[in-house]
Design a protein around this ligand. Sequence first.
Ligand SMILES: Nc1ncnc2c1ncn2[C@@H]1O[C@H](COP(=O)(O)OP(=O)(O)OP(=O)(O)O)[C@@H](O)[C@H]1O
Ligand SMILES: [Mg+2]
Length: 142
Amino acid sequence: MLSRSEKETEEIGYRFGKSLKRGDTVSLIGSLGAGKTVFAKGIARALGITEAVVSPTFTLVQEYEGSEKLYHLDLYRLSGEDEFESMGGEEFLYPDGITLVEWAEKIGDMMRSDAFFVTITINDDESREITIEGGNHEYSCS
Ligand SMILES: Nc1ncnc2c1ncn2[C@@H]1O[C@H](COP(=O)(O)OP(=O)(O)OP(=O)(O)O)[C@@H](O)[C@H]1O
Ligand SMILES: [Mg+2]
């Protein structure tokens, strides 16, 4: 899917978020500033979360209450898989709600293979290409 603005990316996140179910984990992949957090904001809105969603800076995980619990992990500052284990990270991969993970590359193969993988790439004209793969149930972005 092509997104020409921050608003469009948020809207695609919102529509995708409407398809998510309790227990889902979403890996958000893309370079710095690609739009992972913008997409996460759309998902949060779909879950009825009114609190502002910001990238967790000093905490690796931020928790929100909506129609489902939302766990937003940003692993950019994670030192590696060992730190993920010591923070009890694996528990977040099988949530009693929905988990979003930015920079899941940091945990390599520890990410569930049946997670949704949302990849955002920045085009030369600054628009974004968004692809969604994986997952273990149907979803819709329309
Ligand atoms: N089509 C677009 N979709 C999303 N964001 C866009 C788009 N065009 C421009 N932007 C800008 O790109 C930035 C995306 O920021 P965002 O924090 O979502 O990135 P991120 O992938 O979470 O980065 P980080 O790795 O630092 O967490 C915002 O400043 C937004 O306004
Ligand atoms: Mg971010």
